[in-house]
Design a protein around this ligand. Structure first.
Ligand SMILES: [Zn+2]
Length: 436
């Protein structure tokens, strides 16, 4: 019922706009003076450019000397800045606010979906202000379909936030996801939708798409530990038959499948079933890397989240010998050398929202060029999301999703951790350059 009313309302507004003859060409233009502009496709840095924005889209870009700015026009002065397209984080969790010290269980057991949605709104705003104008949010961790509401509210201009593609609930099997460790006599919520068997798996995909999923997220491995000889054992969840049912149903409905997998048979199932992106991929064999590349599967490594405390914890548990971060580094380097389609994603949520640009440091530390890392977070991420026609570069016809930093990120990738200007869809979200 609610849905019918909403559609009717949108139809009335659209009709009114058509009657009034309001089109993009009638909207006033905004002119950005860019001292330096990074062309993310070529890596070239262009000096003294003007970006013309009309409505929510880029109309043109060109040399300042060749562009006339009309008197009285809205001008954003970024003449002392380096301008580049808005960043895209292809693996986020706006419904997570830390995971340590029982925080994950607390969120699921003590916070209502409504409260968690308020947290998600705040997190999405922080990510946007840090320069992430689009994100692929990889499930709500027990908050059901609330991510679809956050996405819709952002799209309708009710709240600030990045353009979102959302996974809704994600899918795993019985025993394949938290909450865990409670008595069998106590019913506790689950961080995902649990399915057993291909029929339930297919039905879950249908339900999630019905209630707003833009893509399907599956957990193909669950718990992991190191064996005494240093192998990372990753507990597989869905069978190949179940995974195939999920991928088939999602693709039948025109939706991609993101596969969380660390390694082993769970990861192999995602390759064999033809999932679209591999998330994390900590421990890939050479053959798996070859298959990933040959199948053109996207790889979203999320390096940083396994560093820091996690590396220390793992090393403490294995007597300093092994860590998920160290095997991950090896897999990532193999995938990079094999020319895998790497996309920027961070898993932000377990660590604070708005700080995820630190991932660039690890991508480059482990061998990516700064330009390749920026491409992973712009043009390549846009391709993974199916949005290459509308974002990922500052080009005529694309959304005016634009950020600026002080220095050259090709020389100093940490510049991206200090984004000082953010525009999304032609609207300035943040401009520290304008501050006295
Ligand atoms: Zn994740």
């Amino acid at each position: 019922m609610r849905r019918t009313i909403r559609f009717a309302f949108v139809a009335i507004l659209t009709g009114m706009a058509a009657l009034a003859g309001v089109g993009a060409q009638d909207q006033p233009a905004t002119y950005i003076r860019a001292g330096k502009l990074l062309d993310v496709r070529s890596g070239k840095i262009l000096s003294d450019q003007v970006i013309v924005i009309r409505g929510e889209r880029v109309e043109s870009t060109g040399a300042a000397s060749a562009t006339t700015i009309p008197a009285g026009a809205t001008v954003v002065d970024l003449s002392n800045a380096m301008v580049l397209p808005g960043l895209i984080d292809a693996h986020t969790h706006i419904f997570l606010t830390g995971e340590d010290n029982g925080r994950y269980d607390e969120q699921l057991l003590k916070e209502s979906w409504q409260y968690r949605t308020i947290e998600a709104v705040v997190n999405a705003k922080r990510d946007l202000e840090a320069g992430f104008t689009s994100m692929r949010d990889c499930e709500t961790e027990g908050a059901m379909y609330s991510d679809a509401d956050v996405r819709n509210a952002i799209n309708r201009g009710l709240i600030p936030g990045p353009r979102l593609e959302v996974a809704t609930r994600a899918i795993s099997t019985t025993g394949g996801y938290p909450l865990e460790g409670y008595s069998p006599e106590v019913t506790v919520p689950s961080g995902v939708q649990i399915v057993d068997g291909p029929v339930e798996a297919r039905k879950a995909v249908r339900e999630q798409i019905k209630y707003g999923a833009d893509f399907i997220k599956i957990y193909s491995t669950h718990k992991s530990h190191f064996t005494p000889d240093g192998k990372l054992f990753s507990q597989p969840t869905l069978t190949l038959e179940e995974t195939r049912a999920i991928v088939d149903e999602a693709h039948r409905e025109g939706v991609k499948v993101a596969c969380h997998a660390y390694g082993g048979p769970g990861l192999q199932n995602c390759l064999d079933a033809g999932a679209d992106s591999l998330e994390h991929g900590l421990d890939m064999t050479d053959a798996q890397v070859r298959e990933l590349v040959q199948k053109g599967m996207w790889y979203v490594p999320t390096l940083y989240v396994y560093e820091g405390d996690t590396r220390k914890e793992d090393e403490a548990a294995t007597g300093g010998k092994f860590s998920r971060a160290s095997v991950h580094e090896i897999s990532f380097k193999k995938a990079l050398a094999a020319n895998a389609k790497i996309v920027f994603g961070t898993d932000v949520g377990p660590f604070p929202h708005g700080t995820q640009a630190i991932e660039f440091e690890y991508l480059t530390k482990f061998g990516m060029t700064p330009l390749a890392a920026i491409q992973a977070a712009t043009i390549h991420a846009a391709e993974l999301m199916g949005w290459a026609d509308r974002e990922g570069a500052i080009e005529p016809g694309k959304y005016a999703d634009i950020i600026a930093v002080e220095g050259n990120p090709l020389d100093d990738i940490k510049q991206l951790e200090h984004v000082k200007f953010v525009m999304k869809g032609g609207i300035v979200v943040r401009n520290d350059f304008a501050k006295p």
